[in-house]
Design a protein around this ligand. Structure first.
Ligand SMILES: Cc1ncc(COP(=O)(O)O)c(C=O)c1O
Length: 379
């Protein structure tokens, strides 16, 4: 179902991943995967094109289909009428931030974290306030309640943008961790935006807790964001999902309906994706294998790199500080090894000396990426 990830076929793609570097560079940076699409998605898109169904996006069955998926896979039964189709997660986040916080106010994030959190908050005219994750001696990251409390105590802070599961650390937050964070946020009267885009990609051994499934009183001021685009690899089709935690937050989304129109083909593809569970299961099995395989590969070729396998998704956060490659090891991997990883410092100052590797590919291409990283160090 996932295909062979042939490099020759992949190089025909014209997406960001495959167009940003010369042909001798192996791309393993941006969060696109190399697998074939799920057949139901191809069928839905082909059928839409055949009848010219490319007008403005309409939510259609997305709310109901997402609710069925959430019930089956996430132990959560959202009300379909609270589910909105949006163009993508980051646009939804930026619109809601602008709607619920005053210009110049602070928005809290937990670095190291997904790079666009920093610049989309700034582009929205708000201030980034950091409540860094706590990193244990074992290399595992956790939410830091004290840091969160301090950050949210700033009277100018009006919102908290939580990444759950967390990119790039791959952490899946537990129910107690989420409840603690929610209590702190509630106490300080902030709005909560939860980015759950990686939720369908939680791997064996972990259990995603969708924030709104907690029914915390903070839901009144919460919007959750997710999409089929990460798990089924269709970000280019432009459809995300926003779920409002209350009628008040529904009104915020409804008022901005025109700014938040999803791509019509993206909606149809997402509806197909949420039913494409055999493909998702094949993907999750492959990612489970890849995260273990990466431990082996690094042990064999780059024992100095510290790697804690992610609990979700296909991104590996690599501590390369012992390699002597400076603040931005990805720059050296690219120039000397001809492999493109995401630079760690882009995820915040906490990412200095780190790099993020995309494992959403075949074991063979992942091994080639590690071989090129190792060649960088030995050269
Ligand atoms: C945590 C997180 N949020 C948002 C996005 C981007 O989502 P979208 O393309 O829907 O804006 C990504 C993409 O990798 C991500 O990892």
């Amino acid at each position: 179902m996932l295909g062979s990830c042939s490099l020759e076929a992949l190089r025909k793609r014209k997406s960001y991943k495959w167009s940003s570097h010369p042909a001798d560079v192996l791309p393993a940076f941006v969060a696109e995967m190399d697998f074939d699409l799920a057949a139901p998605i191809v069928e839905a898109v082909t059928a839409a094109l055949a009848i010219g169904d490319c007008g403005y996006g309409h939510k259609g069955d997305l709310g109901e289909v997402f609710a069925v998926f959430a019930t089956r896979r996430l132990r959560w039964s959202p009300d379909p009428s609270r589910v909105y189709a949006i163009p993508d997660v980051m646009t939804g986040i930026a619109e809601v931030i602008q709607a619920v916080t005053p210009p110049g106010s602070g928005v809290v994030i937990n670095p190291p974290v997904y790079q666009p959190f920093f610049y989309r908050i700034r582009l929205a005219g708000r201030r980034v306030v950091e409540a860094p994750l706590r990193r244990g001696d074992d290399g595992r990251y956790d939410l830091d309640p004290d840091a969160l409390d301090r950050a949210l105590a700033d009277p100018d802070v009006r919102a908290y943008l939580l990444c759950s599961p967390h990119n790039p650390t791959g952490r899946v937050w537990s129910r107690p961790q989420l409840l603690t964070a929610a209590d702190i946020c509630q106490r300080h009267g902030a709005f909560l935006l939860v980015d759950e885009i990686h939720a369908p990609l939680v791997l064996a051994g972990a259990q995603q807790v969708p924030f709104l499934s907690l029914n915390h009183e903070l839901s009144e001021r919460t919007v959750s964001f997710t999409s089929a685009t990460k798990a089924w690899n269709i970000p280019g089709l432009k459809c995300g999902v926003a779920i409002s935690g209350s009628p008040r937050m529904s009104a915020v989304l409804q008022e901005r309906w025109e700014a938040l129109l999803a791509g019509q083909v993206g909606v149809l593809a997402s509806v197909a994706a949420y039913g494409a569970l055999p493909w998702l299961d094949a993907l999750l099995a492959q990612l489970d294998e890849n995260r273990a395989r990466l431990s082996q590969l690094l042990g064999d070729h780059l024992p100095g790199v510290r790697y804690v396998p992610p609990e979700a998704s296909f991104l590996a956060w690599l501590d390369c500080r012992t390699l002597g490659l400076g603040y931005d090891p990805a720059a050296a991997f690219l120039s000397r090894g001809r492999v493109a990883l995401s630079p760690g410092p882009g995820f915040g100052t906490q990412g200095r000396g780190f790099a993020r590797l995309n494992m959403g590919t075949s074991p063979e291409l992942m091994a080639e990426a590690v071989r090129r990283m190792a060649a960088t160090v030995s050269s």
